[in-house]
Design a protein around this ligand. Structure first.
Ligand SMILES: Nc1ncnc2c1ncn2[C@@H]1O[C@H](COP(=O)(O)OP(=O)(O)O)[C@@H](O)[C@H]1O
Ligand SMILES: [Mg+2]
Length: 316
């Protein structure tokens, strides 16, 4: 066993989601409508990932930035309640906590995000001492973090030099520029975890096949998530195909990719065979879809085990 205190250090974005739910119609300028439900929840892909990975039993610490307001207090409390070490989350004096307001009509949503302190978080916030306390570094949402993105290559280089394993989920680029230098970055990323659309855009290719072959010589492990079609792993010339666990009763798929990442990395950091990591990732992605939102099905490990058995016939 390693003497490190932390298994996975998550460096990422943090925000609150304020969801106005079940609107009859989209609001019009100058008018007012009533929402029949309102939710204020822990948002952000990185927080969903950290929270669910911690519930699975991995020791997780988070590094990121929030403000000094009530939203910050909720984020810190919600992460801590799921066992995430929040001591390295910086409370900024110069920015408010990031907030996404979602207006939800039927199956669709319109969203407005105020990045706030997320815009300030940079690689300089991640000290060498913090890296040295962890076995693995995970970064998500590169394009949502403008101060972190330019320092990403040197951050991953620093992590590799200090002996950590690494993973990156790029997530969607709202600007649709897809300007990550994959040739520099991917050799430093042990597990690259995009979804199929993100990978095609990043590689600048029409098909998944072309995208994967174009990166085969520079990437270490690529895991492509593909919704209810499951996931595909490429390591050099080796491919592993993982079907999705069939869920006939999907609540929503918010956070499914983050839960897949949590399930995969929970076993990866223990040194498990890649096929087992893939199966556990797909199981956790599927479990996520049984409840609304990204963290509800991962309230505690007893619930996760119960859902795995009752919904998918898997004993964990
Ligand atoms: N409807 C679904 N039924 C069962 N499993 C699903 C479903 N949607 C997603 N998953 C699982 O979660 C993983 C990640 O979901 P996906 O939507 O591809 O990621 P992202 O959220 O990053 O776009 C999938 O690879 C799959 O294993
Ligand atoms: Mg995703």
């Amino acid at each position: 066993m390693s003497d490190k205190q932390i298994d996975v250090l998550v460096a990422g974005e943090l925000n609150i989601d304020l969801i106005m739910d079940r609107l009859g119609a989209f609001p019009q300028l100058g008018k007012e409508i009533i929402a029949s439900r309102m939710l204020i929840t822990l948002g952000s892909s990185s927080a969903i990932f950290a929270s669910n990975l911690s519930v699975l039993g991995t020791r997780v610490a988070f590094c990121g930035r929030v403000g000094r307001d009530n939203f910050a207090a909720k984020i810190l409390a919600d992460l801590a309640a799921r066992g995430v070490d929040t001591r390295s989350i910086i409370q900024s004096d110069s920015a408010d906590t990031g907030l996404t307001v979602a207006l939800s009509v039927a199956e669709d949503r319109a969203m407005v995000t105020y990045p706030g302190a997320m815009d300030e978080f940079s690689a300089a916030d991640i000290t060498d001492d913090l890296l040295d306390s962890a076995r693995h570094l995970h970064v998500s949402s590169a394009f949502l973090q403008p101060a972190l993105k330019p320092g990403l290559i040197s951050l991953f280089r620093r992590a590799k030099q200090r002996g950590l394993t690494t993973s990156l989920d790029p997530q969607w680029d709202p600007a649709e520029k897809w300007d990550l230098d994959l040739r520099q970055l991917l050799p430093l990323v042990d597990v690259f975890l995009p979804n199929a659309e993100e990978l095609k855009r990043l590689a600048g290719k029409e098909s998944l096949e072309e995208s994967l072959s174009s990166l085969a010589d520079i990437a270490r492990i690529i895991v492509v998530k593909n919704g209810n079609e499951g996931a595909l792993l490429q390591q050099g010339t080796t491919r592993l195909r993982q079907p999705a666990f069939l869920n006939r009763d999907v609540a929503d798929a918010i956070g499914a990719g983050d839960s897949f990442n949590a399930g995969f990395l929970h076993l990866y950091v223990k040194g498990a065979p890649l096929a087992e990591c893939m199966a556990h990732g797909a199981l956790c992605g599927a479990i996520n879809t049984t409840h609304n939102g990204g963290t509800t099905a991962f309230a505690d490990y007893t619930l996760v085990k119960q859902l795995a058995w009752e919904k998918f016939n898997v004993a964990i």
